[in-house]
Design a protein around this ligand. Structure first.
Ligand code: TYM
Length: 329
């Protein structure tokens, strides 16, 4: 079986962008691949955080993985910090990555603009740790959203560079980006992505938020008032509506053209009340399952322990290969 690796940072509450953009693909992939679904807690500390919140976010994230339908018997679900090989490979790969490559990453540039007080070297090295995550497991495919494509390209370059020095040590991973859903945009400002760390919470639909609050946010979401009120997909001129169509289609598996047909001649209000219903149904089911798992911390920790045990075996094999290739004894 081919190997899939993907991860989410527990740096806040998960959003509907995370779900529609990647988690839905993870669920589909678990049947035909060997999947490593990681929680990237080491990445989450590149931004100043509160320890108790990180602890909570980690367990919330595991529970959400399970509630979304990621099966712990089929997949390896684990915490990045439990498998020390990630941090070790990170050091080795630092020595095969150029500072220029890292300072050119758009995510680094954006994040360092936002938090001028804390541009730490972890933030700069972030993509190298991500490369380590991926390359440790002989990964073939990495399902990611649009914002991570540049990091995956860098991963491939680092792997090729290392291989050109020492032979075929690393498998070169391919990205898997899911069509239009790979870039869910923010509700009030559809020129940027929906992000769990957005300071304006009205831009974001969180998986753990109340139906009432979600309905209000959808009601506020921009719908391109200066173009004629028609519900069709046009990501250049009608970003707001196109984004809502993407979310609708992502949650229902209905095609965009099918939705355009259903809503032709209808008002934005009709469309919004239907999408609120779709999101509410989804969120209600998800949250009831989430609360069921979240209550049982022992079970969650057992899943993480089992996952780390399995991940460690594979990661250790790769780390030994790398050390021996470099010449360490
Ligand atoms: P993170 O935690 O920001 O997001 C997790 C995944 O969700 C995708 N995503 C989106 N997709 C569509 N629309 C959106 N609005 C949206 N927002 C987020 C992201 O692209 C990502 O795939 N660095 C990663 C975590 C990571 C990782 C890895 C991913 C660490 N190691 C190795 C893949 C492989 C991150 O910050 O994702």
């Amino acid at each position: 079986k081919k190997i899939v690796f993907s991860a989410i940072q527990p740096s806040g509450q998960l959003t509907i962008g995370n779900y529609v953009g990647v988690i839905r693909q993870w669920i589909k992939m678990q049947n035909s691949y060997t999947c490593f679904y990681c929680i990237a807690d080491l990445h989450a500390i590149t931004i100043r955080h509160v320890s108790s919140e990180l602890r909570k976010n980690i367990l919330d994230t595991v529970s959400l993985y399970l509630a979304c339908g990621i099966n712990p018997r089929k997949n390896i679900i684990f915490l990045q910090s439990h498998v020390h090989q990630h941090a070790q490979l990170n050091w080795f790969l630092n020595c095969y990555t150029y500072c220029g490559e890292l300072s050119r990453m758009t995510q680094f540039k954006n994040k360092s603009k936002r938090s001028i007080k804390n541009i730490n070297s972890g933030l700069l090295n972030y993509p190298v740790l991500m490369a380590s995550d991926i390359l440790l497991y002989d990964t073939n495919v990495v399902p990611i959203g649009h914002d991570q494509i540049q990091h995956l390209e860098l991963t491939r370059n680092i792997a090729r560079r290392f291989n050109s020095c020492y032979g075929n040590i690393f498998t070169i991973p391919d990205k898997y980006v899911f069509g239009r859903n790979c870039n869910i945009l923010s509700l009030l400002d559809p020129d940027k992505k929906m992000s769990k760390s957005d300071s304006n919470r009205n831009n974001v639909i969180f998986l753990l938020e109340s139906i009432d609050s979600i309905s209000k946010k959808i009601a506020l979401a921009v719908t391109d008032s200066n173009s004629p009120p028609s519900i069709h997909y046009d990501i250049i001129n009608k970003k707001g509506i196109s984004n809502l169509l993407n979310i609708f289609s992502g949650l229902t598996d209905r095609t965009i053209s099918n939705l355009e047909l259903e809503f032709s001649g209808k008002s934005y209000q009709d469309f919004k009340s239907d999408i609120i219903e779709v999101i509410s149904d989804f969120i209600k089911n998800l949250q009831s399952s989430y609360f069921y798992y979240r209550k049982n911390e022992d079970y969650l920790k057992k899943i993480l322990n089992d996952g780390a045990f399995k991940a460690c075996i594979k990661a250790d094999t790769m780390l030994k290969k790398v050390k021996s290739a470099i010449g360490l004894i």
